[in-house]
Ligand binder design. Structure first.
Ligand code: SF4
Length: 329
């Protein structure tokens, strides 16, 4: 298949099969920049189906770059609550402020300037360039990587480096519908060339696929593995109220309310309440043992909340999970 045929087939498939997503609806060029910025930040660590209601609510409450730059932290976190990875929300606000102060309210349309904005790295900058500015760039996300690995049957580490995959992207060629084209390739990865069971009979580029010819769709697992870490969380209870502190200690969930906790050695992983929970954060598997403490130490930044107060506070899912494990609410 020549490159022109490949782009034609991919776009034909996309036009007939793309998902209706709120950030894809036709809007002005300026609003498209904003929709792309917000959706790309939300999608950085979260699946599309989870993001959809958050995106809709966010746009309703914070409809444009100016309102984002001036939104209160409380309202911002309220819109982000439950989506996790809260540094994304903080960076999103900082980015909008910088866009207003340094770029006259418009996202810059070049990779270098985009990458100076908080929370925007190589991938997000490429996605914004392609999707919002219709530039002929194919962002290398996990979906595009997977398609390339299968098309070229790249199983060995040295074959599947980012550098090599960026070279292999040449396979796709380009289209003057750059925005649609980038989204179309990512969409094939998400809907057709799925990690476990690719639906090759629906794939518009199956004729070029080496993995299909070999009937071997296994991908070499990434070297990334989740680190198991052990923590102890302290429950200080006073008249049905529980003590929470503002996290200044750990890099995850920074400045959010958590139960006082510390990292411990595996040997000390015991629970006076017989409660242990597992939570995944980033590439860390957290094993948390929950212990009741009698004496409330003085802790700055602390707050006593009961089960009703909890509903009225913006808490990370992380804290809610621990809360649910000790009290029904
Ligand atoms: S033919 Fe199958 S394995 Fe190959 S790219 Fe298409 S969906 Fe993926």
């Amino acid at each position: 298949m020549n490159k022109q045929n490949i782009s034609k087939k991919i776009l034909h498939w996309y036009d007939n099969n793309k998902r209706i997503l709120p950030w894809r609806k036709p809007v002005s060029k300026k609003q498209k920049q904003y929709f792309t910025l917000v959706s790309e930040f939300m999608l950085q660590q979260t699946q599309v189906k989870t993001v959809i209601p958050y995106f809709n609510n966010f746009i309703k409450k914070i409809p444009n770059m100016h309102s984002l730059a001036t939104v209160s932290d409380n309202k911002l976190m309220g819109c982000w609550e439950g989506l996790g990875y809260y540094s994304r929300a903080r960076n999103l606000k900082k980015t909008s402020q910088k866009v207003i102060s340094d770029f006259d309210g418009n996202l810059p349309n070049n990779l270098e300037d985009l990458k100076t904005l908080p929370g925007i790295g190589e991938y997000t900058a490429s996605a914004i360039m392609a999707i919002a500015f219709n530039k002929p760039i194919i962002p290398l996300d996990g979906n595009v990587e997977r398609i390339l690995k299968r098309i070229f049957y790249l199983k060995k580490d040295w074959e599947a480096t980012k550098e090599n995959l960026n070279v292999k992207k040449d396979f796709f060629g380009y289209s003057n519908r750059s925005s649609d084209y980038a989204q179309a390739i990512m969409e094939i990865g998400a809907l057709i060339c799925k990690p476990k069971l690719p639906i090759c009979k629906m794939c518009p580029i199956s004729k070029s696929c080496s993995s299909l010819k070999k009937k071997d769709f296994e991908l070499k697992s990434k070297n990334k593995f989740n680190k198991i870490k052990y923590f102890e969380a302290d429950i200080f209870k006073e008249k049905n109220k529980y003590l929470l502190i503002k996290n200044k200690k750990f890099n995850f969930l920074k400045n959010l309310l958590i139960f006082p906790m510390r990292e411990i050695n595996k040997k000390k992983f015991k629970s006076s309440l017989n409660k242990r929970i597992n939570i995944k954060i980033s590439n860390m598997d957290m094993r948390i043992t929950i212990n009741e403490k009698n004496k409330k130490k003085f802790l700055s930044n602390s707050l006593l909340l009961d089960k009703d107060d909890i509903k009225n506070h913006i808490l990370p899912t992380f804290t809610k999970k621990i809360f649910k494990s000790i009290v029904r609410y």
